[in-house]
Design a protein around this ligand. Structure first.
Ligand code: FMN
Length: 196
């Protein structure tokens, strides 16, 4: 009763949504990915820095190169998924900051002039955006299969550059047969929330 989001949307985004391990052959179009991004780009980040970058792995050749860097248990489902995205953090996000945070344009150099500061901030905020992205995939009626079981340095060298840090790889599509493990328990409110 306390939530204003309608119950069907709550189910779609959270209660009924699952992490998929198999997918149907139905393609995921660029239009769907654009619709997902154009929704989740409004998720908040520190100083609106928006460091998430998304690399869509579409060609069979690129898919093959990616699969080699995944943990064994993540390979076959990634090879078969309709779409795979590499989510990364742009450690040079500050170049866009005068545009993205126009009421404090000096932040580009005054706050984010040092690379280690940028890397820490990009890691946190791109991870937030990765979570928004996963929920956005669900909002499109699709299922996501995020993975961190991979050789991060290998993925970075293969697909990115020194300015980008890979966060995770996400399989995207409609769930196929036996798509998920039994639902695992979650921590209860009392285990997580304290009040001071
Ligand atoms: C950041 C992240 C990394 C994950 N890495 C892997 C992985 O490498 N391989 C895998 O099979 N599942 C991976 N998972 C899936 C989780 O185990 C799964 O989302 C979790 O158990 C909840 O499952 P449910 O959504 O079906 O309830 C990952 C999930 C997240 C969010």
């Amino acid at each position: 009763m306390s939530l204003v989001l309608d119950a069907a949307a709550q189910d779609l985004l959270f209660r009924e949504a699952r992490t998929a391990n198999t997918f149907t052959d139905e393609p995921v179009t660029d239009e769907q990915v654009r619709a997902i991004y154009d929704l989740v780009k409004y998720g908040p980040t520190s100083m609106n820095q928006s460091p998430l970058r998304v690399t869509l792995v579409r060609s069979p050749e690129a898919r093959e190169r990616l699969v080699q860097h995944l943990a064994e248990g993540n390979r076959s489902k990634t090879a078969a998924a309709p779409l795979v995205a590499i989510l990364s953090a742009d450690n040079e996000f500050h170049e866009e900051l005068p545009h993205l945070f126009p009421h404090f344009p000096q932040a580009k150099d005054a706050v984010f002039g040092e690379r280690p500061v940028r890397e820490g901030s990009a890691a946190l905020n791109a991870a937030l955006q990765a979570a928004y992205f996963i929920i956005g995939v669900r909002a499109a009626g699709l299922a996501a299969g995020p993975m961190t079981g991979l050789d991060f340095e290998g993925v970075r060298k293969e697909f990115l550059d020194d300015d980008h840090t890979p966060l995770m790889v996400v399989n995207i599509g409609r769930p196929g047969p036996d798509a998920w493990f039994p639902r695992s328990p979650r921590l209860e409110f009392e285990q997580v929330v304290t009040t001071v």
